[in-house]
Ligand binder design. Structure first.
Ligand SMILES: *[C@@H]1O[C@H](CO)[C@@H](O)[C@H](O)[C@H]1NC(C)=O
Ligand SMILES: *[C@@H]1O[C@H](CO)[C@@H](O)[C@H](O)[C@H]1NC(C)=O
Ligand SMILES: *[C@@H]1O[C@H](CO)[C@@H](O)[C@H](O)[C@H]1NC(C)=O
Ligand SMILES: *[C@@H]1O[C@H](CO)[C@@H](O)[C@H](O)[C@H]1NC(C)=O
Ligand SMILES: *[C@@H]1O[C@H](CO)[C@@H](O)[C@H](O)[C@H]1NC(C)=O
Ligand SMILES: *[C@@H]1O[C@H](CO)[C@@H](O)[C@H](O)[C@H]1NC(C)=O
Ligand SMILES: *[C@@H]1O[C@H](CO)[C@@H](O)[C@H](O)[C@H]1NC(C)=O
Ligand SMILES: *[C@@H]1O[C@H](CO)[C@@H](O)[C@H](O)[C@H]1NC(C)=O
Ligand SMILES: *[C@@H]1O[C@H](CO)[C@@H](O)[C@H](O)[C@H]1NC(C)=O
Length: 559
């Protein structure tokens, strides 16, 4: 089981830089990015031993014409990357995996073992992991004051990747011109980096020959309550029913009844009597749900927390015997919360939830409960020196992306999976205290690139059926009817991986690790399709190259 304590240890591993005095609740908020936690795990031979890091000197400010970045700067900074040229042969592409909102080190495993590796091998290409500005070591500024965060935008980072493609010289291959457009550049990214790759192809078609947007959250949405919709539909239905009803009891007490004694009794049975704010209390009890996106088809990467929580609350007997004594209080709360008619049915799930939470979350809290679970203390967000790298993704969320995962946004005729006390005001506390931002993110700055409808030749859209981020991708239908289904073609692949969660095509196994059931057929199939359409794109590239080579056909067609 991944405990919250273990999460903190993992966060420590992400970068020695993660020393900001954040509490567990804020860490959870910050980590609720678009990245599954499993990618923070080490794999096989530590890939950082296999691939040395390099830096490219890149302009800090690519847009001196845009007032958003005032005051402008003329300097450059070190953008970090890694590459593997073991499969390279003349004419092969450079395949760039954009690492998105995390240290590039967390994505290095894909160079060794993943679709990136497989594509490089199949195309005789060079695999690259490229870090995103303001993550890992790629900081263009000396500290992270709000003013110095201004160069953190998707537009600037897209321009970084374009600059990379136009200027990189790979160590040991300096004699070759491996820059765009003389060499084919193929982009890949999952999640935020997936959306990034969709924009990359559409905005810079002359630099990137083709891109793959996996679980690309191309539609920025401020109130992203729909995050929980695929979980509601695809998770174990008994688990969902118990979660919805017990969450409804919580809301009827916290929001409906508003009786201090009953609220105290409710917090007390969960062992959270000292959590001051009701919304903080409601957030911590929903910890099990957060883990759904960390599921993976590879057992070595899978986070079992969600399934463990569901097994506990659906067990027909009391799993944690210590909770037996809480029965009378749970009966009382179920009645006060409007479930008199289902006291017998809901008591055991309620007690098992309490027991599971204690064992997996609460017992590891050291210090006061507010210091572990409170998010209302402005002092917790004050740190803004260069080590406060937790600030980067929230800044992107608060300025342009949104994706606040609320319970309050769920339509009134439907029971939410998390408490309605977790509303926009609550989910955006970090915007106010960390950056003094009190207005909604400008999602137009992202959605102007096409949102759900984004399409382009040689832009592949790959998504997961069960992904909580699916309602923000071009495969959002039926969760968002604004998105339209498309027909998949080699030129514009549009593939929904069945029974899959978040960019499940990104990882792979070594050939000597495969079995009859691993990778699952859906993953074997999607990998085969991706390799096949990229090979077709490369055939097109070679065809075009031939056509523009003056020796053979004359300068008939511009590239
Ligand atoms: C890359 O740049 C970073 C930040 O300036 C620096 O810490 C690191 O040592 C550089 N790495 C290499 C390999 O030059
Ligand atoms: C700045 O210039 C780029 C082209 O170099 C253009 O795409 C962009 O729209 C311009 N931005 C503004 C705010 O004028
Ligand atoms: C709650 O606070 C009281 C009073 O400060 C303290 O005695 C008690 O140990 C705390 N309980 C927990 C579970 O933190
Ligand atoms: C229910 O919990 C009991 C006690 O922990 C355990 O032995 C049993 O295997 C669980 N049953 C299921 C179906 O998980
Ligand atoms: C926060 O922003 C408001 C206006 O948006 C401004 O008046 C105020 O001075 C700012 N506070 C801080 C601490 O910067
Ligand atoms: C939001 O972004 C759009 C597109 O970049 C821009 O035109 C608009 O001015 C921005 N709005 C605000 C309030 O900054
Ligand atoms: C689009 O495809 C999905 C998945 O196959 C399906 O659930 C949904 O109903 C389709 N939407 C429409 C409008 O046909
Ligand atoms: C569907 O997408 C639109 C456009 O972004 C958005 O306004 C709406 O909130 C989304 N609906 C759901 C259920 O997410
Ligand atoms: C499996 O293959 C990988 C990659 O080729 C290799 O590094 C590893 O040592 C192999 N493992 C075993 C147990 O042979």
């Amino acid at each position: 089981m991944v405990k919250l304590g273990a999460l903190c240890a993992l966060l420590g591993m992400v970068g020695a830089s993660f020393v900001a005095p954040l509490n567990a609740a804020i860490e959870r908020r910050v980590r609720r990015t678009t990245i599954p936690r499993h990618e923070l795990q080490k794999r096989d031979t530590d890939p950082s031993l296999l691939y040395p890091a390099y830096n490219l000197s890149v302009p800090i400010d690519h847009f001196h014409n845009d007032s958003l970045y005032e005051p402008h700067i003329h300097g450059r900074f070190h953008l970090r990357y890694w590459f593997d040229a073991q499969y390279y042969k003349a004419g092969g592409p450079v395949i760039v995996l954009q690492s998105g909102e995390t240290s590039g080190e967390d994505r290095l495993g894909f160079l060794q073992k993943g679709l990136l590796h497989d594509l490089a091998k199949a195309t005789n290409g060079i695999g690259v992991v490229l870090e995103h500005r303001y993550y890992g070591t790629s900081f263009p500024v000396p500290d992270l004051t709000t003013e110095n965060m201004r160069f953190l935008s998707t537009d600037q980072a897209l321009a970084d990747e374009v600059f990379f493609a136009q200027n990189v010289k790979f160590h040991g291959l300096e004699h070759l011109d491996l820059t765009a457009p003389n060499t084919a550049y193929i982009g890949y990214g999952g999640s935020y980096a997936g959306a990034f790759n969709a924009f990359l192809r559409k905005l810079y078609p002359d630099v990137f020959w083709g891109t793959i947007s996996s679980s690309g959250v191309v539609e920025a949405i401020w109130d992203y309550w729909a995050y929980f919709e695929p979980i509601r539909v695809y998770a174990d239905q008994k688990c969902i029913e118990f979660d919805q009803k017990i969450t409804n009891v919580v809301d009827k007490i916290l929001i409906g009844l508003k009786d201090p004694a009953t609220t105290a009794e409710l917090k007390g049975v969960f062992g959270l009597a000292n959590v001051t704010y009701d919304d903080d209390f409601a957030q911590v009890i929903a910890s099990g749900l957060d883990a759904w996106q960390n599921k993976n088809w590879d057992p070595a990467l899978n986070d079992p927390t969600f399934d463990n929580w569901c097994s506990a609350i659906t067990n027909s007997s009391i799993v944690y015997s210590d909770t037996e004594s809480l029965k009378p209080k749970v009966h009382d709360l179920l009645k006060k919360g409007g479930y008199s008619h289902e006291v017998d049915r809901l008591t055991t799930p309620f007690l098992n939830w309490i027991g599971w939470l204690y064992e997996n979350v609460i017992s590891s809290c050291q210090g006061t409960q507010d210091s572990c679970y409170g998010t209302h203390n402005p002092a917790n967000y004050a740190q803004d020196d260069i080590t406060a790298s937790w600030r980067s993704w929230p800044y992107q969320v608060c300025t342009q992306w949104g994706f606040l995962q609320t319970g309050s946004g769920v339509p009134a005729n439907q029971l939410p999976l998390i408490s309605r006390t977790n509303d926009i005001a609550y989910e955006s506390i970090i915007c106010k205290y960390a950056f003094n931002i009190t207005t909604p993110a400008n999602v137009t700055a992202i959605n102007k690139y096409g949102g759900f409808g984004i399409s382009y030749p040689r832009l592949a859209i790959i998504d997961g059926e069960w992904d909580p981020w699916r309602p923000a991708t071009p495969h959002a239908s039926p969760f968002n009817t604004t998105a339209e289904n498309r027909t998949s073609t080699v030129d514009e692949p549009f593939i929904l991986i069945g029974d899959a969660v978040h960019h499940w095509d990104e990882n792979d196994l070594f050939a000597n690790e495969t079995t009859s059931s691993l990778p699952p057929k859906t993953i074997v199939d999607v990998h085969a399709k991706e390799i096949s359409f990229v090979l077709s794109w490369m055939a097109e590239w070679k065809q075009q190259k031939r056509e523009v080579t003056p020796f053979r056909y004359g300068m008939s067609k511009p590239l």
